[in-house]
Design a protein around this ligand. Sequence first.
Ligand SMILES: Nc1nc2c(c(=O)[nH]1)N[C@H]1C(S)=C(S)[C@@H](COP(=O)(O)O)O[C@H]1N2
Ligand SMILES: [Mo]
Length: 547
Amino acid sequence: MATKTASGLNVPTARRIPGQAEAERAAKTAEAAARALKEDGQFKEEQPDVWEGYVEWEKYPEKKRLAGELMKATKFPPPPEFQLAPVPKRNPVLYGDIYKDFHHTVGMDSVPEYSWGCVLKEKSKTMNHVLAFPYNGEPNHLELLKDPVTPNDHHFVRNHGGIPKCINPDKYEVEISGKINKKASLKLSDLKDPKQFPQRKLAVTLQCCGTRRIEQIALYPGHGLLVPNAPWPEAAIGNAVYTGVYLQDVLEKACGGITIDRMQAHAEFISADTYFKYDTLYNYAVSVPYRFVDKENVMLAWEMNGEPLPEIHGFPLRVVVPGVIGARSAKWLTRINILDAPSLAPVQSKEYLYYSGQFGKHNTLFSNGFSIERMPVSSAIMTPNDGDIIIHDGKLHLEGWAYSGGENWVERIECSVDGGFTWYVVPEENISKKHYYTWRLWKYDIPLDAEGWCEVLVRAWDSSCNTQPISVRSVWNWDLHVTQSCHKIKLYSVNRTKPLTAQRLKEYEDAGIDFAAEPITRPVPWPLEDMDTYLARVRKYPREPVD
Ligand SMILES: Nc1nc2c(c(=O)[nH]1)N[C@H]1C(S)=C(S)[C@@H](COP(=O)(O)O)O[C@H]1N2
Ligand SMILES: [Mo]
C-alpha cells in the first residue's frame, strides 16, 4: 500500500509484517548468544602474533553466522545519502561513521582509529579525502601531474574496510591452496629469495573503476551504497613501480603448477581486512582468470617505488594485476586459492558489475550485470578545473592523464575546445613515455580563438584503436562504474589576442581591479563604449539596410 502525498511521492503506509514479533524475538536471542560468544573471544583475531585487526571469517562459518546475527540485531542509522545533494568540496566529503559502528559491533574497536592513523602517517596532507572510513582519498591534481611515477604519499587509496596491521612481517606467511599440485605457505623471506623465484620490477598504473564517477552522479544519481560507490573525481588513479615476484613463477615453482585446464582456472585472493556486505562479514576477496596470471604478469609485490609497501597500500604483501580494475589487486594478502570458477566472494560476484540501460533500482540483480575486469581507454584533464576563467594569448594550457587497460597502451591523445566537433592531436613529445601497463601524462597548448564559455574535452586512442564516447549519458549505468566518456570541462575563455579584450584587461589594470577575481556575471564598472565610437561604427556599418 502506498499513499500519494502533495509532492507526488509515494510514501508507504505503516503496516505490521506478518511474523514480525517472532522475528524480533529470534533476533533478541541471536543477539544475546552472539554477545556471549563475543565476550568469550569468539571473534578473536587470527594469528595475533602476526596481525592486529585481522579477524578470519571465511574459515569459521559458525563465527561468521553469529556475527551476522549480531549485525542483524543491531540498529544502524541509514547510510548517508550524497547522490541527490551536491558533494561538498571540502575534506572529508563523507565520514563513514556507519562503518565504524559496524566494526565496533563485532568488537574490532581499534581498527577505525588505526586506519586513520595510517592516513595521517603515510599520505600527503594535500590528499582530497572522499571518505574518512573506510578510507578513500585521491591526491591533489597538480601533485599527480608532477611525475609519471606517482610518489607513494600521493597515490590514491581505495579501501572497503579498515587497515589490518602486520606487527610481525618475519612471521607473515601467504598460504596457497586449491587446484594446485602442492599446497604451500610462503614467508616473505621465501618470496624475496631470488634463488627460489626471479625478482621482478614492473611499472603499473592502478585505476579504480569508480574514477570520475562524480560526473555520472552530477548527471543522474545511481546506486547509493556507500562503500562501492565513493563519489570519485578524476584522480582515483596512480602509477608506481612495484617489486615482487610473478604469481605464475610461484605457482610453478612452489606449487608444481595447477591441476585443471588453464582456461577454466581462476586465482582467488583473500585479504586480512573485514568487509561488511549487508549483514554478513567477509574477508576482502576477489579473483582473476588464470589466463591473466600466466599471460599478464600478475604480481605479488612487497615494494612500491623502492620502499616497503606502505601499510595503507597493503603491507606486507599485495597483489598487483596490471591492466585490470584496481579492485582485483588485493592488499594485505593472506591466501591464494586456485578455483575452477570465479570467486563467489561478494566483491567479485556482487560488485563491480556493469549494468545495461534496461536495469535500474528495481530490477538489477547480481546476475544480470557483467563483471568489470579490464579497464577501457580513458583520460582526464587535470588542470585547469571545470568552471575556471582562463586569461590566455590564443592558446589554452591543458594537462592530464590517459590510460588504457587490458594489454593496451595509449597511442594518441586529442583535445577539443568546441565540444568535440574538431580535435587537435597532442604532439608525441608532450606525452610521457609509453610502457605496457602504465598511463601517459600529457600537456598541450591548444589553439583557442573563442571568447566566453568553451567546452574543452580530451579523448585518447589505444593500441587496439579503441577510443572514448563523447557523452557521459552514453556511459551512465546504475552502479555508476567506468566513466569512460571524454572528460569535458567548461571554461570561460578571456582571449588577450583580441584587441578589445586586451584593452578591457588594461582598463581593469589601470583601475587597480583584479580582473581574474571579478565574478564574470558582474557588470563592468564603466560604460562599454562612448557615443563617438558607437556612432563611428554604426555609420560605417549601418544597422539597417539603406534601401
Ligand atoms: N584487501 C583489500 N584490497 C583491496 C581493496 C580493499 O578494500 N581491501 N580495495 C581494492 C580497490 S577497489 C582498489 S581500486 C585498489 C586500490 O589500491 P590502492 O589503495 O593501493 O591505491 O585496491 C584494491 N585492493
Ligand atoms: Mo576500486
